[in-house]
Ligand binder design. Structure first.
Ligand code: C2E
Ligand code: MG
Ligand code: MG
Ligand code: MG
Length: 285
């Protein structure tokens, strides 16, 4: 009897589970308040060509700084935003902010913008409409926008897989490009590469060797870059932290890199300054 009782109690009254659930509920409440109070900003991280080192794109990364507190990283609140559905509202806000910030960059320098999109957003019936409206309102052409989705997007959208595909196909015919984010981490089957309309593969940062002399780590990153190249996709390496990473990636024929070596995420103003100084350097040389 004690055992059975213990089991029931475990399910209903486990203090750790209750604390976790309360924490999740509180996080969702705070997210909702934060959205109303305008506590979110978007930072931008350069994506550079590995030959030439020019910033050809910026990735939009959401930041949340509740007043009087340290910034809360997206890894801590994006999951709660996804579970609660608030990501639909937050994601649309990020998209509109990013398009508005990126429009002058594109018109002056040809720099494009990439925005992360959750499966939940792609499962909305009006997702493609929202993207087109963000483009129209900002004056950014479709060709200047890339949407980043993860490998499991079709699986995770479940019953909405067809709708997800329809949105991506429709947007792509408007010039918008699609990137697979965190490539190599999420999903065991590669069949989706055949089914999804995609343009870029972003190789996950976990593939960057932490030890330059480790032949196995080198072989792994080589295999991933080769796979991406053989699919005729533009390859972007994430987590490029050292000159050795950049050199290795250049040798392997990877097209672009993103990481602390080239620049950390920063404000829109910092991104503008970076473009101005790159243009100045080019003019002088
Ligand atoms: P992600 O899309 O893969 O973005 C790249 C992450 O790697 C960013 O983390 C970036 O700051 C970090 N990073 C960049 N360079 C380096 C490096 O050299 N070394 C290391 N160790 N890390 C580097 P961040 O900004 O904390 O974002 C984490 C994740 O949160 C993103 O991963 C993305 O999945 C999600 N996220 C961020 N913003 C949004 C958004 O607006 N919407 C959605 N749905 N997800 C977002
Ligand atoms: Mg991303
Ligand atoms: Mg990534
Ligand atoms: Mg990610």
């Amino acid at each position: 009897a004690a055992k059975a009782e213990g089991k029931d109690r475990h399910q209903v009254f486990d203090p750790r589970m209750r604390r976790e659930q309360a924490g999740r509920i509180r996080m969702v409440e705070r997210l909702r308040e934060g959205l109303e109070a305008d506590e979110f900003t978007v930072h931008y991280q350069p994506i550079v060509t590995l030959r030439g080192g020019r910033s050809v794109a910026f990735e939009a990364l959401v930041r949340w700084t509740p007043p009087g507190q340290d910034p809360i990283g997206p890894d801590r609140f994006i999951p709660a935003a996804e579970d609660s559905g608030l990501i639909v509202c937050l994601g649309e806000w990020v998209l509109r902010r990013a398009c508005a910030d990126a429009a002058p960059w594109f018109h002056t320098y040809g720099t494009t913008i990439t925005v992360n999109v959750s499966p939940r957003q792609l499962a909305e019936h009006d997702f493609a409409d929202k993207v087109r409206r963000a483009l129209d309102d900002s004056g950014l052409p479709g060709a200047a926008l890339t949407l980043e989705i993860t490998e499991g997007v079709l699986v995770r959208s479940g019953a909405h897989a067809e709708l997800t595909l329809a949105h991506l196909t429709e947007l792509r015919s408007a010039g918008v490009r699609v990137a697979i984010d965190d490539f190599g981490t999420g999903y065991s089957s590669l069949a989706y590469l055949r089914d999804l309309p995609i343009d870029f593969l972003k190789i996950d940062k976990s593939f960057m060797p932490d030890d330059p002399t480790d032949a196995q780590q080198g072989a792994l990153v080589r295999a991933v870059v080769d796979l991406a190249r053989s699919l005729r996709l533009v390859t972007v390496a994430e987590g490029v932290e050292t000159a050795h990473h950049a050199e290795l990636l250049r040798t392997l024929g990877c097209d672009r890199g993103q990481g602390w070596l080239f620049g950390r995420p920063g404000t829109a103003a910092a991104a503008s300054l970076r473009l101005v100084s790159e243009a100045t350097v080019t003019v002088r040389s």
